[in-house]
Design a protein around this ligand. Structure first.
Ligand code: CS2
Length: 496
């Protein structure tokens, strides 16, 4: 076999025999988008759509990636060494793997190296959009009140050092300040995170920060900057060494950090932009006046469904989403959760049959080629569950609906946070910004069965809801007596 070739612009033509490569002239591509948070998801989703659009000849929409943390250096270094090119491996359920080199990323900056350069890049009038995948936790909101956490030490730092911010809000504020001072139109701030009303959320958080810094600028931002809401969707597991090997052995290409994803891809965006936008509709995105029903459907069914499988499955000893959903008990539990607890809180979505949507989710979750690890799903649960699952619980409690499926997930989350092991006693790798608070609250369960629910920033007033706490108390007590989660799942299924 021929020696594998390093992924690089100069080797592209030779690699084109094995895989699809960009056919547009990357040297001519202008940077129209600055994207903060270049992880797997950005690269399988927005960068993929944009790459497809560049193929149509719209070369004003290249992407400059930005990393705000030291931890982003590895991604920057790897991508820089391969001229910001990377492989996107689309894995089909029948084992077929499609591979395309994505070329829409044309630069990458690390703010920790030069904060002013990042501010200037955003402020440059060529930048029409600053898009974000900063994760649910990156918005710095209080999970219960929804307020901006102004007391966060990093926010305080950014208010004192506007030219050397640490968080996204400091960068956006500084760049928008430059645009305003120069009498230029602002860029659009486009969130691509799994947060309900992600654009409104980005707006509220940015305004809270900007107000604390310069109320006049905040008023200008409020009037002139657009923050389209969007529903984003493509399952993108963490890249593994096996993916890198597959590329080298089967495609003859050396890529330090490829991305793998499922074939399905969806992006529904509200059509409101401050300074123009790419015609992403030419390559499959949907522009709509109001994204609310789409995003609620996706978050309450897909993301919550993931969390249901993630937490229950971790305790049971499952490792991946496809493994969990191929277990008949988990498949039944997931479907019943979707039908009995999630569907009642959803609105009609024009053109979408919810039953078919749920079938398609289960099919997507079952894709055996996508090894989506439960560890990724459970990562940062303290930021995810208050967006994915707890609102459904609250709505059902208020309407007198069913809550047992979701309540068992909360009890499982407590056990998981306390013990950090599955039912066989094997260690689970818990990664969460609030790991120690979660552990502390959960560890007091044997003395006070409701101690986990006393975490006010997560559960708020739910601690006072007796319908919920009495059911939770019974479940958590049973789980602590016998961590065989399958018994409790069966009993929820029988009772409901
Ligand atoms: C997952 C999402 O992080 C999670 O818990 O539910 O990353 C999910 O895979 C994506 O939103 C799919 O679009």
């Amino acid at each position: 076999m021929k020696k594998a070739k390093q992924l690089k612009q100069e080797n592209l033509a030779q690699l084109s025999e094995q895989m699809a490569i960009p056919t547009y002239d990357r040297a001519q591509v202008k940077i129209g988008i600055v994207h903060v948070g270049v992880g797997g998801f950005h690269r399988s989703h927005e960068a993929y759509y944009t790459d497809q659009l560049l193929e149509t000849g719209e070369i004003a929409w290249g992407i400059c990636g930005v990393g705000l943390r030291e931890g982003d250096r590895k991604m920057r270094d790897i991508l820089k060494a391969q001229d910001y090119l990377y492989s996107l491996l689309v894995k089909h359920p029948d084992g077929k793997v499609e591979n395309r080199v994505v070329g829409s990323l044309v630069d990458f900056m690390l703010s920790v190296d030069d904060p002013q350069a990042v501010i200037d890049r955003m402020a440059n009038t060529e930048t029409k959009i600053v898009s974000l995948t900063i994760t649910e936790g990156g918005y710095n909101f209080h999970p219960v009140t929804g307020e901006f956490r102004i007391d966060n030490p990093d926010v305080q730092h950014d208010l004192e050092h506007p030219d050397k911010p640490r968080l996204i809000f400091g960068y956006l504020t500084a760049a928008l300040q430059q645009r305003r001072a120069a009498g230029q139109a602002p860029f659009t701030v486009q969130s691509c995170d799994n947060v309900p009303h992600n654009g409104d959320m980005a707006k509220r958080m940015l305004l809270a920060f900007a107000k604390a810094q310069d109320p006049e600028l905040a008023a200008w931002i409020e009037t002139h900057v657009r923050f389209p809401n969007a529903m984003v969707d493509r399952i993108t597991p963490v890249t593994t060494p096996a993916d890198i090997e597959l590329l080298e052995n089967d495609f003859g290409v050396v890529d330090g950090w490829p991305v793998t994803c499922e074939p399905f891809c969806q992006w529904v965006i509200e059509d409101q932009f401050s300074d123009g936008r790419p015609e992403w509709e030419k390559v499959g995105a949907q522009f709509v006046p109001d994204v609310t029903p789409y995003e609620k459907m996706k978050i309450c069914l897909l993301n919550a469904g993931h969390s249901v499988l993630g937490l229950l499955g971790s305790i049971h000893g499952h490792e991946t989403i496809d493994g969990a959903v191929r277990d008949p008990l988990f498949a039944r539990y997931l479907r019943a959760f979707m039908d009995i607890e999630a569907t009642p809180v959803l609105d009609e979505v024009e053109g979408i049959d919810l039953d078919l949507y749920k079938d398609s989710l289960i099919e997507r979750f079952s894709n055996p080629s996508i090894k989506d690890h439960l560890a990724r799903i459970c990562l940062e649960s303290s930021a995810k569950l208050p967006k994915f699952l707890i609102p459904t619980l609250r709505e059902n409690l208020a309407a007198g609906g069913h809550i047992a499926y979701a309540t068992l997930v909360i009890a499982a989350w407590c056990y998981y946070s306390d013990k950090g092991v599955n039912r066989h006693g094997e260690a689970l790798d818990i990664v969460d910004e609030m790991k120690s608070e979660l552990h502390q609250a959960a560890a007091a369960t044997s003395e006070d069965a409701l101690s986990f629910l006393r975490m006010e920033p997560i559960f708020g007033e739910l601690i006072d809801n007796v319908s919920f706490t009495s059911l939770y108390q019974k479940m958590v007590t049973d789980l602590y007596k016998n961590p065989d989660i399958a018994i409790l799942m069966r009993s929820v299924l029988e009772d409901n």
